[in-house]
Structures are given as structure tokens and as C-alpha cells.
Design a protein around this ligand. Sequence first.
Ligand SMILES: CC(C)(COP(=O)(O)OP(=O)(O)OC[C@H]1O[C@@H](n2cnc3c(N)ncnc32)[C@H](O)[C@@H]1OP(=O)(O)O)[C@@H](O)C(=O)NCCC(=O)NCCS
Length: 153
Amino acid sequence: MNSTLQAIVEIRPMHSSDLDHVIRIEREIFLFPWSLGNFADSLKAGYVCKVLQQTNTLIGYGIMMMSPEEAHVLTLGISASRQGEGWGKKLLQHLIEYAKNAGAKSVLLDVRESNLGAVQLYKKMGFQHIATRKGYYPAMCGREDALVMQLML
Ligand SMILES: CC(C)(COP(=O)(O)OP(=O)(O)OC[C@H]1O[C@@H](n2cnc3c(N)ncnc32)[C@H](O)[C@@H]1OP(=O)(O)O)[C@@H](O)C(=O)NCCC(=O)NCCS
């Protein structure tokens, strides 16, 4: 990613006025998307809700739940046309830094076993596979396992 691009992209808190845009990306990139209500509830609950914005366009978003000892990344998404440009890594790095500054000892997340791109990103960022939740996610044919991954801070 070149420095000009980095300079004009900002990571900022998500607002309720972003939700239409966020849900459009969500429906484009997930086979089993969150509902608008899931995002609205996350904002209401005070979760760490961030968007990545370039000029007037949202490129992606991430939501993280904080507890005293650990942070849990609940979702992370980059719009389809902007994937593979380093934005997912940048947004995840931002969330990890946030968790570290808030005093968390680790960051946890769940990821579909078949989501090889995301698993690769998390491994690259230092996450380790620590457990498997059998049949955690709905899938086209039945259910799919979740890998629980953890990054020690
Ligand atoms: C997963 C996701 C967030 C990654 O964001 P991204 O901006 O596309 O990824 P980046 O460009 O930052 O990639 C960073 C690293 O992740 C890995 N990676 C990302 N996508 C990959 C893919 N499709 N295949 C293999 N590795 C991949 C690579 O190691 C990459 O580093 P490299 O480019 O130096 O090889 C994004 O593709 C996405 O939104 N996917 C759909 C929704 C989703 O699956 N979210 C995660 C739910 S747990």
C-alpha cells in the first residue's frame, strides 16, 4: 500500500448514520450476513465499532467487544472491490492496538474453518488456533465449525 493511499484513509468510530452503508457491504461479502439490528445493537451496547473511510466511501468496518482481560473481535469486513489491498490488516492492527491500550491481555475471535483468506490474515497477525466450536455456524449444507483464534498481547 503506498503512503498517499494510507494518508487519505481514516479509521473512525462508526455512527448510526453509517449503518445503511455498512449493511450494504455486509450483504455483499457474507453469505450469512448480520442484520441491521445486530449492528445497531453493537453500537447501543458500546462495543468498539470502527469504520475505514476513504473520502466519502466506506471501505470496511470492524466490531470488537471489550472485557477487562480480553477483547473479542466480533466481525471484520472489507468491501469486495477493495479486498487484497491491505485494508483488513490495517483495520485489525488498529483494533489490536486499541485492545492493548485498554489493558486487554489477549484478543479472541471466531472464524469459519472454510474462510481460508481470513484465517491466513489472522495467522499472519500472530493469532493461534486454540479451540474449535463444532457446528457453530450455519452453512449451505448443514453447519460449519468455528476456529477460535487468540492473540496474546
Ligand atoms: C478477510 C478480510 C477481512 C481480509 O481483508 P483484506 O483487506 O482483503 O486483506 P489484506 O489485503 O489486508 O490481507 C492481509 C493478509 O491476509 C492474508 N489474506 C487476505 N486475504 C487472503 C486470501 N483471500 N487468501 C489468502 N490470504 C489472504 C494474506 O496473508 C495477506 O497478506 P499479503 O497480502 O501480504 O499476502 C476480507 O477479505 C473480507 O472482508 N472478507 C469477507 C468477510 C470476512 O471473511 N471477514 C472475516 C470474518 S472472520
